[in-house]
Ligand binder design. Structure first.
Ligand SMILES: Cc1cc2nc3c(=O)[nH]c(=O)nc-3n(C[C@H](O)[C@H](O)[C@H](O)COP(=O)(O)OP(=O)(O)OC[C@H]3O[C@@H](n4cnc5c(N)ncnc54)[C@H](O)[C@@H]3O)c2cc1C
Ligand code: FES
Length: 280
C-alpha cells in the first residue's frame, strides 16, 4: 500500500548559496532501508505544515544516519517559506520517488550536460560515480547565466581534478538558436569524442536541442537520458497532475530515456508548454 503520510525530517543546517538559493542539510528522523537505496536523479516531497508541499531533487543522497542535502531556490510561497525556516524546524518528508539516472557501470564515456539549476539533479550522480570510482569516463558541460553558487563552483573545482569539466556562461540559458554559444559548445564536445551516453538536465527546449544534436552525431536515442519537470502534487502516480503523454513524470520519470520521452511527446498537444521554470 502506498503511504502518503510524511515522515519527520529535521532541518540541520542552512547556508545561503547565491541570490535566492540555499543549500539545506536535513536529517530524516527514523531512516529506513529505502532511504539508503535512493538513486541519483530521484526526488522527494518536502512539506511545511500550513504552507504546502513540493518536489525537490537530492543534492546528495541520504546516508545511514538519514542525513542528506538539497539546493532550494526561492520561487514562490512554499520555497520562500522553506528557505526561511530556522535550523531545527521539523518538516514533512516523503520519498525517495521516481526513476533516477541509470548507473552505467560498463559504459566508458558519458557526456553530462547541466543547464542552470539542472546541475542539482546531476550532482548526486557525479558524486556517486566519484565515490564508487566507477569506470566511467565523464565529461561535464555546465552552462549557467553566471549566477553565483558557491556550492556548484566548489564542486566543479573539485571535479576538475578528476575529469573533464567545461563551464560556459551565457546571457540566456534558454537560448536554443543553432548559432548560440550553448548549442555550439555541445556540438563541439560531441564532435571531439562521441560519447556512449548523454545525460542532460535543464530547461526542456535546451534538452530537446541537445538530444537532437547528440542523435545527429551518432548517439543512439536509447543512450540519452533527460530529466524533466512537471508540477506535482501526490508524487506517486495517483493525482494525475504531472501527466506527460500516457506517463506520469513522478512515477515514470523524472529521468526519461530519450526514445521513451519522444514517444510520450507524440501523445501530447502539438504546443508543448515551457515547463521547468525553476531551472531558469
Ligand atoms: C522532479 C522535480 C525536482 C525539483 N527539484 C528542485 C530542486 O532541487 N530545487 C528547487 O529549488 N526546486 C526544485 N523543483 C521545483 C520546485 O518543486 C518548485 O519550484 C516548487 O514546488 C514551487 O513552489 P512555490 O510555492 O515556491 O512556487 P509556486 O508559486 O508554486 O511557483 C513559482 C514558479 O515556479 C514554477 N514551478 C512551480 N512548480 C514547478 C514544477 N514542478 N516544475 C516546473 N516549474 C514549476 C511556476 O510555474 C512558477 O513560475 C523541482 C521540481 C520537480 C518536478
Ligand atoms: S504528482 Fe500525482 S500523479 Fe504525478
Amino acid at each position: 500500500m502506498i503511504c502518503l503520510t510524511p515522515r519527520r525530517l529535521k532541518l540541520a543546517r542552512r547556508q545561503k548559496d547565491g541570490d535566492k538559493a540555499y543549500v539545506l542539510r536535513f536529517v530524516i528522523e527514523h531512516p529506513q532501508d529505502e532511504d539508503l537505496a535512493t538513486i541519483p536523479g530521484q526526488f522527494f516531497m518536502l512539506s511545511l505544515s500550513g504552507v504546502g508541499e513540493g518536489p525537490f531533487s537530492y543534492l546528495d543522497l541520504p546516508d545511514s544516519l538519514g542525513s542528506f542535502s538539497a539546493l532550494i531556490r526561492s520561487k514562490g510561497r512554499l520555497t520562500a517559506a522553506l528557505v526561511a525556516q530556522p535550523v531545527g524546524t521539523v518538516l514533512g518528508y516523503r520519498g525517495p520517488y521516481g526513476v533516477g539516472w541509470p548507473l552505467l557501470i560498463s559504459r566508458n564515456s558519458i557526456l553530462i550536460i547541466a543547464v542552470g539549476y539542472g546541475l542539482v539533479s546531476l550532482a548526486s550522480y557525479i558524486k556517486e560515480t566519484c565515490n564508487w570510482n566507477l569506470p566511467a569516463n565523464l565529461r561535464l558541460l555546465r552552462i549557467s547565466n553566471g549566477c553565483a553558487s558557491l556550492e556548484f563552483d566548489t564542486a566543479c573545482a573539485r571535479w576538475k581534478q578528476a575529469f573533464n569539466v567545461a563551464e560556459l556562461v551565457v546571457p540566456d540559458i534558454t537560448d536554443v538558436q543553432p548559432e548560440g554559444q550553448a548549442l555550439q559548445q555541445i556540438a563541439r564536445l560531441l564532435a571531439e569524442k562521441r560519447p556512449d551516453a548523454v545525460f542532460c538536465c535543464g530547461p526542456e527546449p535546451v534538452m530537446q536541442a541537445a538530444a537532437g544534436l547528440s542523435v545527429a552525431r551518432g548517439v543512439a536515442p536509447e543512450s540519452i537520458w533527460l530529466s524533466i519537470a512537471r508540477r506535482m502534487s501526490c508524487g506517486v502516480g495517483l493525482c494525475g497532475h504531472c501527466h506527460f503523454g500516457t506517463a506520469y513524470v513522478c512515477m515514470h520519470g523524472p529521468v526519461f530515456r530519450y526514445d521513451h520521452y519522444l514517444q510520450q511527446l507524440r501523445h501530447c498537444q502539438p504546443q508543448v508548454p515551457r515547463f521547468g521554470d525553476w531551472l531558469y
